[in-house]
Design a protein around this ligand. Sequence first.
Ligand SMILES: CC(C)(COP(=O)(O)OP(=O)(O)OC[C@H]1O[C@@H](n2cnc3c(N)ncnc32)[C@H](O)[C@@H]1OP(=O)(O)O)[C@@H](O)C(=O)NCCC(=O)NCCS
Length: 232
Amino acid sequence: MTAPFSTAWVRTTRFGTLAAVPMPSGLEPVGQEVLAQLHPREAALATAERGRRQIELAGGRLAWRAAAKERGLDGSFPLLADSARAPLPPPGFSVSLTHKEDLALALVAPDADGLVGIDLEGGARDRSSIRTRVCRPEELREVDALAEAERWPNVMVRFAVKEAVYKAIAPRLGRFFGFQAARVDVLSREAARVTMFLEPDDPAFDVECALEWLDDGRLLAMVRAQVTSARR
Ligand SMILES: CC(C)(COP(=O)(O)OP(=O)(O)OC[C@H]1O[C@@H](n2cnc3c(N)ncnc32)[C@H](O)[C@@H]1OP(=O)(O)O)[C@@H](O)C(=O)NCCC(=O)NCCS
């Protein structure tokens, strides 16, 4: 068991360097010894927040620093955020963060390979009722045809992949887009395919995705989006 706010692991994935940092439960303010491991501007972002948000901000930034170090970045670059909360990565890189309950994850990749997005979702509780919000009509038909026990894992894949897609693409588009803007075809427990349905004037994206199930049943979705034409 890795101590909270220490690096649990860093590894190379298909889409870049992935780092994991456990977070403590509760609402205790993040200690000075943890804040001291962040860039001062990242520490300032964390101390401007309270409770879980402060813990998540510190956990995510520590995971980013662990992945960045593995890629040879020297730690002098603070990972700040734009007004929509999207991370502002160093030149030449794409960065995505996710945090859920006791775990924060960061994916760092060269932006020449595409824009990355990650999302950690799930757990034991069945939340398949979110499917009407998350699914396009054709996806909903597929989900509703499944046996009840298969629905939540299937919806979880669609939800996690779509949130990861949003994190990868929204900073490039510079605007919000909802769940109807992507269709996720669930090919197996480990594989899914993404088709984008953006506005006619938006760039066209080719999106690859990878799914990893953690031992506790949570799902990590990772995507990489490449612009295939600046405007359709
Ligand atoms: C933004 C959103 C995807 C975040 O997901 P979440 O499950 O709430 O939170 P997570 O813990 O997984 O991720 C949070 C991290 O996402 C990143 N993030 C937040 N907004 C972002 C944005 N606009 N663009 C890129 N990354 C963003 C941040 O790094 C944030 O962590 P930080 O604030 O500590 O830096 C979600 O709240 C949302 O708005 N979803 C609706 C939009 C959507 O998914 N559309 C579907 C398109 S097909």
